[in-house]
Write a protein that binds this ligand. Structure first.
Ligand code: HXC
Length: 260
């Protein structure tokens, strides 16, 4: 399909890339953009040639938030009855393949929340994260108060969300929001592509299971989470690729995954 607000490509074997492309508004996440994003993600989810997905923006902006001009006139009844923003969660519920976000420039409000939904977050050291909704007379609405708090702890999250103050990519890494930081945009994209390619080189069955169990840690108490992990671990003895992987190790050969 032809998209207006995103660019979709398959830059490396097994890797699907979505680049947010609404430069005039610093990739502000208007509803049509989110619809396109969800459609591209669904396409990658069902594509046999894509095993890992890279989501990025431009060097200047990952995304400067939800579209303030679209939101300004909304009434409570409109937001409520249309479940405004709910479809953003498709990203976390419908997507079983790993999502790597590469953040450069602004990742504010909904842009920060979108980045927080990714499975792996890479950014530039100078990236500009924040939840500035308080300055607009509102609050985070796409999970920021929950995911940022889980990532950085209550003390920092409360300060960030109540003051609306930004934090840098460097801080994001130090606080555990980002897995790694890079000095330049080019290094960021190259590293994110490499990581996506690495993941895409493993068994799809094991990768999906690994993502699933790590994400469970965010929802379940420890004892239940450990038990959930063990159940899935046991289940993988029923996969072909567990046999393939362990046999290849014993024979000092490269595993030829069957993805079954
Ligand atoms: C709509 C936006 C926008 C946004 C930027 N633009 N952010 N339009 N919604 N969130 C537009 C500007 O209006 C401007 O359009 C163009 O993008 C360039 O922006 P400038 O402000 O001129 O650029 P600059 O001076 O470099 O400043 C960059 C900036 C600033 C610091 C990122 O744009 C900014 O503060 N943006 C808003 C950030 C924000 O508050 N985000 C949270 C939104 S609330 P024109 O037409 O004037 O050229 C939110 C709620 C989430 O996300 C809850 C549910 C998801």
């Amino acid at each position: 399909p032809n998209y207006e607000y995103i660019i979709v490509s398959e830059p490396r074997p097994g890797v699907g890339q979505i680049t947010l492309n609404r430069p005039k508004a610093l990739n502000a996440l208007c509803t049509p953009l989110i619809t396109e994003l969800n459609s591209a993600l669904r396409q990658f989810q069902s594509s046999p040639t894509v095993s890992a997905i890279l989501l990025t923006g431009s060097e200047r902006a990952f995304a400067a938030g939800a579209d303030i001009k679209e939101m300004a006139p909304l009434t409570f009844a409109e937001a409520y009855t249309n479940s405004f923003i709910e479809s953003w969660s498709d990203l976390t519920t419908a997507l079983k393949k790993p999502l790597i976000a590469a953040v450069s420039g602004h990742a504010l409000g909904g842009g920060c929340e979108l980045a927080l939904m990714a499975d792996v977050l890479y950014c530039t050291a100078k990236a500009n994260f924040g939840q500035p909704e308080i300055k607009l007379g509102t609050i985070p609405g796409a999970g920021g108060s929950q995911r940022l708090t889980r990532a950085v702890g209550k003390a920092k999250a409360m300060e960030l969300i109540l003051t609306g103050k930004s934090f840098s990519g460097e801080e994001a890494e130090k606080w555990g929001v980002a897995a790694r930081t890079f000095e330049s945009y080019d290094e960021l994209i190259e590293a994110a592509l490499k990581t996506a390619e690495t993941i895409a080189g493993y068994s799809k069955v094991a990768v999906q299971a690994a993502k699933e169990v790590v994400n469970k840690s965010q929802d379940l108490p420890l004892r239940d989470g450990v038990e959930y992990e063990r159940r899935v671990f046991h289940a993988l003895f029923g996969s072909q690729d567990q046999k393939v992987g362990m046999k290849a190790f014993a024979e000092k050969k490269k595993a030829e995954w069957t993805h079954s």
